[in-house]
Design a protein around this ligand. Structure first.
Ligand code: TRP
Length: 447
């Protein structure tokens, strides 16, 4: 096999993995789930899920990936000791590739909306009225154009490879994302109404503690850490032997949860600032707007009411959203592309173009049947498939992979890991506890 690409440094990996993890799930999903699930009560359950279930599952992916140095299908086959488990590896890996592609197909549509509103903040500045109206009015041609543009950007980066594309762009874009977010928070906090949003965010309302909240928090944690479909597995496969995996995984989990938390400091106060500016922030049932209405109605109403400065704030906000989406979408596309590039003679650029094109065809099908397919694909992939595939990866690590090889991989390059808590607890935990806990949480939601 040709020599395999690697991330050029520890920071490069952290930027890429954090770039994958930090996405619309953090900046939009987490704050609004928090708002509709009782504020701080949800934050607490979320953190519990992130560190007790998502972190162990993330470690399973990183360890398999670095050991096998391959895409998810080849990697699972590689650690499987016999024919039956190799077959299972092909099946689970194949499902991961399909689910990653499906997630990318709906993510592309939503990211396209972010580009549309970003474009509108520019056409608005230039007073191009009809272009602005076209950009912010839901239509098939608009979705096709902006989703297509987003897919082209994703393909352009992934086609350039691991260090020259994914790592390079993540390292450029992630610091920008943080800077924009901090600027926006500082600005929003000085506006009237911000404190009401902050209160809702930070004071727990325990009356909302229901079983469904735990399922939501688990799904959110798995989505946010990009788990189950082989994203983190393939990023782990580009890591050098010298890296300390448990600490890298912990860094990524911390950064991801930290940014989700910080995003809440922006979104929830912004909702209440919008209310102070006269926007309607509750739907007919009296619930806070959380879905597309929030991002594409409540917040734009706020930006509009702020006059010219509002155009600048809108520009910053939708740039933030677009960056977050792009560094995530490249990690989704890498899952099928790594398989095609490693198992066929296509070569990376061609494989990227072909697969990106295919995924976009699926996006177009969803756009054309929006009312029936959009929510369906999201629920199918993120609520059910991701936790179940994550569980299968825990089973591969705990039950199928030869234990000695697993332990050797954990401490590769860092023999001192043998003295840590991680070493003592994780192998047993991921084998016995994670599968049972994930099942216990996910099964009731099927009924
Ligand atoms: N974690 C990203 C977010 O929060 C989305 C994401 C990237 C993802 N890669 C993934 C989700 C793989 C599921 C699977 O928006």
């Amino acid at each position: 096999m040709a020599s395999r690409e690697q991330f050029s440094s520890r920071t490069g990996f952290v930027m890429a993995a954090a770039g994958s993890a930090i996405g619309l799930g953090n900046i939009w999903g987490f704050p609004t789930q928090t708002a509709s699930n009782g504020g701080a009560a949800f934050v607490l359950v979320y953190l519990l899920m992130a560190f007790c279930l998502a972190y162990p599952a993330l470690m399973a992916e990183l360890i398999i990936g670095r050991h096998a140095r391959a895409n998810i299908v080849t990697a699972l086959r590689y650690i499987a000791p016999n024919k039956a488990t190799r077959w299972l590896g092909t099946f689970v890996g194949g499902c991961g590739v399909v689910v990653a592609s499906l997630i990318l197909s709906f993510y592309t549509i939503v990211a396209g909306w972010m580009l549309a509103y970003l474009g509108q903040s520019i056409t608005g500045l230039l007073s191009w009225q009809s272009a602005s109206d076209w950009l912010v009015t839901f239509s098939f041609p608009r979705n096709l154009a902006t989703g297509g543009l987003f897919m082209i950007l994703t393909i352009a980066i992934v086609g350039k490879g691991v260090s020259g594309g994914i790592e390079k762009w993540s390292t450029r874009l992630m610091p920008m994302l943080l800077a924009i977010m901090v600027l926006l928070i500082v600005y929003v906090m000085t506006q009237p109404g911000a404190m009401a949003g902050l209160r809702l965010y930070l004071l727990p309302d325990l009356s909302h503690l229901e079983p469904s909240l735990i399922v939501d928090a688990l799904g959110q944690a798995f989505f946010s850490l990009s788990l189950g479909v082989g994203t983190m597995l393939v990023y782990g496969s580009y890591l050098s032997e010298k890296e300390n995996l448990p600490s890298l995984g912990a860094t990524v989990t911390l950064v991801d949860s930290g940014v989700a938390f910080i995003a809440g400091l922006l979104i929830l106060p912004a909702i209440y600032v919008a209310q102070a500016h006269g926007a309607d922030i509750f739907d007919a049932q009296g619930n806070l707007y959380a879905g597309p209405n929030l991002i594409f109605q409540v917040l734009p109403a706020l930006f509009d009411s702020m006059g010219t400065i509002g155009l600048g704030v809108a520009l910053a906000f939708f740039t933030l959203m677009s960056i977050a989406a792009l560094t995530s979408s490249i990690s989704m596309l890498e899952v099928p592309v790594s398989l095609a590039a490693e198992e066929t003679d296509l070569g990376r650029p061609k494989a990227t173009l072909l697969i990106g094109g295919l995924v976009f065809v699926v996006s177009v099908l969803i756009m054309l049947n929006f009312d029936t397919l959009f929510d369906f694909v999201i629920t199918l992939t993120t609520v059910y498939s991701q936790p179940i595939l994550g569980l299968m990866l825990c089973i591969f690590v705990g039950w199928i992979w030869h234990r000695d090889n697993l332990l050797k991989e954990i401490k590769a390059g860092h023999p001192e890991i043998e003295g840590t808590w991680f070493w003592r607890i994780w192998p047993f935990y991921v084998k016995a506890f994670c599968p049972v806990l994930i099942l216990a949480i996910v099964i009731p939601s099927f009924t």
